[in-house]
Design a protein around this ligand. Structure first.
Ligand code: ZN
Length: 273
């Protein structure tokens, strides 16, 4: 089956990891700064999750995209440099994992610039991709991305394949790599004793959902953008699950597995939509 993707691929798959560490918990409640036990869930992502995921990606010879808040880059510079050194892409993910407030545009500008500064100063990177914390956006987000030379956004949930953004009737050289909560590990794994809370699922249930989604996206000829968090998917049961998922994907012919920047660049160069 020849598809419309690179070299006739039928569908594309991207692995993305939102390395939020402690900022995931601080952005939900700033008073968590005084709760080391709560924060330790985020610390796990840095101490164990990312190293295990990097090992997994090395063994599988896969390149992924890590979206990292500026404050996490400053707190874990050596680990973030290792992510880059191992050939993975790093994208913008806020500064303190702040949720964008559409009513406060200046705050959004400041967060954008602080995140860019950390990427530049610690990693020497000018990112091409942006993922907003918790996928919160405002009317200004896309314009800000264009101003700062981003080539892709991966925040919207309105398609199964990439598409170029249009703002004020003007088509932009900014491609969307659509996401979905169903392809995110957090809805299955983010547990807190405080509201909102939900039970923890066995990894096999996540695997089942992702396999079903992948099969449908493959038939559609779309992009399967997995969003994972080192503090959640960096647990042994879930890394094993990710391996099972990739084994399942490998049974489908003509799947292009690439990082987000490669997919965005290919789309901008080869597709009109
Ligand atoms: Zn995040």
């Amino acid at each position: 089956m020849a598809g419309n993707w690179k070299d006739g691929a039928q569908a594309a798959l991207a692995l993305s990891f939102d390395f939020d560490a402690e900022t995931l918990w601080l952005s939900r409640d700033p008073s968590n700064a005084k709760r080391p036990g709560t924060l330790s869930q985020g610390v796990y992502g840095a101490k164990v999750g990312v190293p295990l995921i990097l090992k997994f990606l090395r063994e599988r010879k896969l390149k992924a995209t890590f979206f990292i808040p500026g404050a996490v880059i400053e707190r874990y510079p050596a680990l973030c440099r290792q992510i880059v050194a191992e050939g993975h892409e790093v994208g913008h993910h806020g500064y303190l994992h702040e949720w964008i407030d559409p009513g406060d545009p200046q705050r959004e500008v400041d967060i954008m610039e602080k995140g860019l500064a950390a990427l530049r100063e610690v990693l020497g990177i000018k990112p091409v991709g942006y993922r907003s914390p918790a996928w919160e956006t405002s009317d200004n987000t896309l314009k800000l991305l264009v101003e700062h030379g981003f080539r892709y956004s991966t925040n919207f949930m309105d398609d199964l394949k990439p598409y170029r953004h249009t703002v004020d009737g003007q088509r932009l050289d900014l491609v969307e790599l659509p996401v979905a909560w169903v392809l995110d590990d957090a809805p299955f794994t983010l547990f807190s004793v405080k509201s909102p809370s939900r039970p923890i699922f066995p990894a096999s249930q996540i695997l089942e959902v992702w396999k079903e989604e992948f099969q449908g996206i493959y038939e559609y000829g779309g992009l399967c953008m997995l969003t994972m968090h080192p503090q959640f998917t960096g647990r042994p049961s879930r890394i094993a699950m990710l391996g099972s998922f990739l084994d399942y994907v490998s049974r489908f012919p003509n799947v292009w597995i690439a990082n987000a920047a490669e997919i965005a660049d290919w789309w901008l160069a080869n597709r009109e939509d």
